[in-house]
Design a protein around this ligand. Structure first.
Ligand code: SAM
Length: 265
């Protein structure tokens, strides 16, 4: 049994796996507990490329943020931002332009507490402890409005996130609510674990007892979710295939996750 380390607040339910901490474990981080590690280790037995898939997802996030910076975007709303790890959005963005503004949102206490520590001396980045299924709370939050001017283009990130929005939470409606706040020229950066891969379908049930069971979707379903946006080339592809900087691996489907950057026209 784990003892709560000094960075963990007593409200954290460390007995129930949390995807923020599972993902941290997959990326080699230290902000996770035994329950998180067990869930991931079981899933790895049926899908041994799951940790590579997490790294590939992170690589996509970095390339997509840099793409948006190249398009002139200087404000980012990162929904389901996770436990901070190497190459956080504010690090990538503020390296290009120190004036870039970033609002992180997560409902996981470990992710939020760790982000608060990292951002303590950064006046241009903040983290909100909110549920992304309540867009109004996030979009009208005083700290959001302090950093994001919705009259200007913004990049909204839902990276490794939408598969935690089940059909009862109406993902299409949710995307529209965020889209309504995005001025033309804004971008959506999204990635989504897919049901097209049999190994992923076998691995997903290992996370059913976590705080965030997965709703895997097919490529067609993911494309349908993004139908209101103009897809940037190359469209919806596996994360490793989205504008790779080095030749993508021979088995792109092992990244298990489709990715897209889409423009609000
Ligand atoms: N976006 C980061 C990335 O791609 O590297 C982290 C992805 S991690 C797999 C998914 C994150 O979404 C977790 O930190 C989890 O806590 C968060 N999350 C899941 N459902 C959420 C919700 N309804 N509201 C806020 N955060 C949520």
């Amino acid at each position: 049994m784990d003892e709560l380390p000094n960075w963990a607040s007593p409200e954290i339910d460390w007995r129930q796996p949390s995807v923020a901490r599972i993902y941290d474990y997959a990326l080699g981080g230290a902000h996770n507990f035994e329950a998180d590690r067990q869930a991931q280790d079981e899933a790895l037995k049926v899908f041994p490329y799951l940790n590579d898939a997490a790294r590939a997802n992170r690589g996509f996030l970095h390339r997509a943020v840099r793409f948006c910076l190249d398009q002139g975007i200087r404000q980012f709303l990162d929904l389901g931002s996770g436990v901070p790890t190497v190459g956080n959005v504010h690090e990538v963005a503020q390296e290009v332009d120190p004036e870039s503004h970033v609002v992180y949102v997560d409902h996981d206490l470990v992710a939020v507490a760790h982000a608060r520590t990292i951002l303590a001396n950064n006046p241009r980045a903040v983290v909100l402890h909110e549920d992304i299924r309540a867009p109004h709370q996030i979009l009208t939050h005083p700290e959001t409005l302090q950093l994001i001017d919705f009259e200007q283009p913004v990049a909204v990130l839902m990276v490794g996130m939408l598969h935690y929005v089940d059909d009862s939470a109406e993902p299409m409606k949710l995307l529209r609510e965020y889209q309504d706040c995005m001025t033309p020229g804004s971008y959506l950066i999204a990635s989504h674990l897919t049901s097209d891969l049999p190994e992923m379908r076998s691995a997903a049930p290992f996370f059913d007892d976590s705080r965030n069971p997965m709703t895997l979707r097919s490529k067609t379903e993911i494309e349908a979710l993004l139908a209101d946006y103009e897809l940037v080339d190359p469209g919806v592809v596996f994360t490793v295939q989205w504008r790779p900087e080095t030749p993508p691996p021979a088995n792109p489907e092992r990244s298990a996750c489709y990715a897209a950057v889409a423009r609000r026209g």
